[in-house]
Design a protein around this ligand. Structure first.
Ligand code: ADP
Ligand code: MG
Length: 432
């Protein structure tokens, strides 16, 4: 229970401006895509069929999804807050290309803290006598953009006295990031409460119209900053999750949108013709989205999957093996990847993973500043995230925006892991 400063780089990192713009330009397309998938039962069912046979966590989410659909949705306003993450892949000729790592459709974090990093780096550059460079740092305020989405959903829910509930972790490590968004809501006269699954289990209830109440207070919007990994749930927490999903409250995200963010869905999107089917009539959006895809491969049972597994075993350094998990530190690389695949290559267990081309960015030197860590210069790589926010009422999109960005940087010796996992640190893009 000690407060530390959030880790950050001493200096901003160079980001090619064309790729930065490309990432912003494709964000509204990704918002549309995620929203379309969340409404496509046939696609989710077919895509996740092999996964839910072997992955208990996805299976449990899927059971709630099915149960809520069978009962009929009480919710009519939908709010999506996502973050699409990219690295700059260095091609054979050295030209960097924007390649998506993944899209986070639940609890995408650091929009709050990163709203402050440009000011920190601006100051550092001035101290170093680089005022001209400092003035070139792009302003960035995702916390405001995320709050505007939550505020819109709250307004459309249509009850002045209802509150926004942040569903937060048992152990609140990232509270200050969340407070940045919360403060924006209070500034707009929207009341915010912070509760855990446990509180919902003990004190949450639905009335006949499936309005959600906490301690007698009506809840308009549930903003999840928790609930994306198996260890967030025990039996009671699953019951609390079901109660929330059955309610009329706007869930950010609803369970269908959480499923749309699985790695298996990401892999399926890369299949020929798939984007065209999901986004028919949006040919330009499809082209922009596809341009960001790295190679993704299914390990489903069958001849094709056998070939993919053999290819990865023969050349493990070209790939990343990913289970259906979020939060960093779950992927497998190199020798470890080879060993696991060797072990499970003939078993259905392999279908709980997807395989992805490894993206290889050009490293740069920087200092990573972390409480209680020695100061040393490291060879680093960066990952750019763009925050997407959208609100849908019934069938109509009423908001669709890119709300800001996040740059995270880590030392190259760490293959995996984000800021919360203790590996990456907050950074600011310096456009070149
Ligand atoms: P999680 O849901 O756990 O955040 P990610 O897919 O974002 O999973 O992977 C975690 C980290 O692993 C990323 O932040 C990135 O550093 C690294 N990583 C993931 N995929 C790739 C890839 N294809 N190439 C290189 N690094 C990757
Ligand atoms: Mg990630």
């Amino acid at each position: 229970q000690v407060v530390n400063y959030a880790p950050f780089t001493l200096l901003p990192s160079a980001v090619p401006s064309a790729l930065f713009e490309q990432a912003y330009a494709v964000q509204q397309d990704f918002n549309l895509l995620v929203d379309a998938i969340s409404q496509n039962k046939e696609f989710l069912e077919r895509t996740l069929a092999s996964t839910i046979k072997v992955d208990d966590f996805t299976a449990q989410l899927f059971r709630i999804y099915t149960q809520v659909l069978e009962e009929g949705l009480a919710q009519s306003v939908f709010l999506g807050i996502n973050r699409s993450d990219y690295m700059f892949d260095c091609g054979v000729d050295g030209t960097p290309a924007l390649k998506q790592i993944e899209i986070n459709t639940i609890a995408a974090s650091f929009g709050g803290l990163t709203s402050r990093t440009a000011a920190v780096h601006g100051r550092v550059l001035k101290v170093l006598g680089k005022s001209k460079e400092a003035s070139r740092l792009v302003p960035n305020n995702p916390s405001k953009g995320l709050a505007l989405g939550i505020a819109k959903a709250w307004e459309l829910y249509g009850s002045q006295s209802a509150v926004v509930m942040f569903l937060v972790e048992e152990d609140q490590r990232n509270i200050f990031d969340q407070r940045c968004i919360e403060n924006e809501l209070w500034d707009r006269n929207i009341r915010v409460i912070r509760k855990r699954f446990r509180d919902v289990f003990e004190k949450g209830s639905l009335d006949d119209a499936r309005r959600l109440y906490m301690d007698g207070q009506e809840v308009a919007v549930v903003y999840y900053r928790e609930g994306y990994m198996p260890k967030n749930y025990d039996q009671q927490n699953w019951e609390a999750r079901l109660l929330l999903e059955r309610s009329r409250a706007v869930k950010c995200p609803d369970i269908a949108t959480q499923l749309a963010g699985t790695k298996k869905v990401q892999q399926e999107l890369s299949q020929p013709g798939m984007l065209e089917r999901l986004l028919s009539g949006h040919a330009e959006a499809v082209t922009r989205i596809r341009a960001t895809f790295a190679g993704l491969y299914s390990l489903d049972m069958g001849k094709e999957g056998d070939k993919i597994a053999a290819m990865a075993i023969a050349d493990p350094d070209r790939f990343v093996l990913k289970p259906q998990r979020e939060g960093g530190g779950n992927n497998l690389y190199g020798e470890e990847l080879r060993q696991i695949l060797e072990k499970i290559k003939d078993s259905p267990e392999r279908t709980s993973y997807i395989l992805m081309d490894k993206i290889k960015p050009q490293p740069a030197m920087n200092y990573l500043l972390r409480a209680h860590s020695p100061l040393q210069v490291s060879e680093c790589i960066s990952e750019l995230g763009i925050f997407g926010v959208y609100v849908r009422q019934g069938k109509e999109m009423v908001m669709n925006t890119a709300a800001g960005h996040l740059l995270r940087t880590k030392a190259i010796e760490h293959a995996d892991g984000g800021v919360a996992a203790g590996v990456a640190v907050l950074d600011t893009p310096y456009l070149v």
